[in-house]
Ligand binder design. Structure first.
Ligand SMILES: Nc1ncnc2c1ncn2[C@@H]1O[C@H](COP(=O)(O)OP(=O)(O)OP(=O)(O)O)[C@@H](O)[C@H]1O
Length: 285
């Protein structure tokens, strides 16, 4: 695997909290990776470290560069949308497009115009006249039109309606992504990105607690719908989680043999959301 990001023992200590606690992971080229974690888990901090926007301890290599030393060079190949994206209130939509077209060598104006045509945004509108979601739409149109090797998205669809969210992920896949590009995305709306991810990382208290590609995830984890009579036998197999639905139990198992599970009931792959809830149990205890 050609690694685009390699983190080893990534640690970030803020005054009173350990945001990253020795996190280690690798992201390969041509992957779409979801970094998923509860509030305060360290997602934004990890992204900031990757982008050279914060100091940290440990080793980090991004596209062959050290984000601490080579931020300028890195920015030529990386694009980023923050969850707190800000554009000047006086800026007109058309001027924003012109500005990026004039300053970024990898910006494709025609692509940007095509993205904007799918929104209600008008060239003459000022940022202060736009709704929250429309500002995000403008930001996404600008960033998705830059041909970057690594695209980092921190909660990219925050404040967007469901129609646009679906459209965004679809066009991320169809119009942006190719095997030369890598996307790292954080979101709390996991069910919406499930179908586009090639890899999944769970982060909790600054540590990576799950790091898997989606194919292996389906082999390792299983969800089984079990009748009340079979439930005690299922519990014997030490499930990760159990929840009740209409008098039946749904169990999630980690690394239990398929034939064994098939005797208990219908086996399927758990959704990322259910796996997340099962893995993160006790987070707010
Ligand atoms: N500038 C800062 N100064 C001090 N502590 C910080 C700072 N930024 C983040 N933290 C702390 O670091 C930890 C991780 O924060 P981070 O923003 O990385 O979490 P997150 O996973 O992105 O959370 P969320 O899903 O809520 O956005 C939290 O405990 C937070 O309080």
């Amino acid at each position: 695997m050609t690694a685009v990001v390699t983190a080893t023992g990534l640690t970030k200590l803020y005054k009173s909290s350990l945001a990253l606690d020795g996190a280690s992971f690798q992201i390969g080229a041509g992957r779409i990776v979801g970094l998923i974690g509860p509030n305060g888990a360290g997602k934004t901090t990890a992204l900031k470290a990757i982008l050279g926007l914060t100091t940290f301890d440990g080793q980090l290599n991004v596209l062959g560069l050290d984000p601490r030393k080579d931020r300028g060079k890195l920015m030529e190949q990386v694009c980023f949308i923050a969850d707190v994206a800000v554009l000047p209130r006086w800026l007109k939509v058309g001027d924003a497009v012109d500005f990026v077209a004039n300053t970024h060598p990898r910006f494709d104006r025609a692509k940007c115009e095509a993205f904007l045509a799918r929104t209600k945004l008008q060239r003459g509108q000022k940022v202060k006249q736009l709704s929250k979601g429309m500002i995000v739409q403008l930001h996404l149109a600008l960033v998705m039109s830059i041909d970057a090797k690594l695209l980092v998205l921190d909660e990219p669809t925050l404040g967007l309606d469901i129609l646009y969210r679906k459209q965004f992920y679809q066009s991320l896949l169809e119009d942006y992504f190719d095997e030369e590009k890598t996307i790292l995305v954080t979101t709390h709306q996991v069910e919406e990105i499930e179908h586009i991810l090639t890899d999944l990382m769970f982060i909790r208290n600054g540590k990576i607690v799950l790091d898997t590609d989606m194919d292996s995830l389906g082999e390792r984890f299983a969800e089984v719908l079990v009748s009340a009579e079979q439930a005690p036998a299922a519990r014997e197999l030490k499930p990760l989680d159990e929840r009740q639905v209409f008098g039946k139990s749904i169990f999630i198992f980690d690394n239990v043999s398929r034939p064994q599970l098939e005797q208990l009931g219908e086996v399927r792959r758990p959704s990322i959301g259910d796996l997340f809830v099962a893995t993160m149990k006790g987070t707010y205890a």
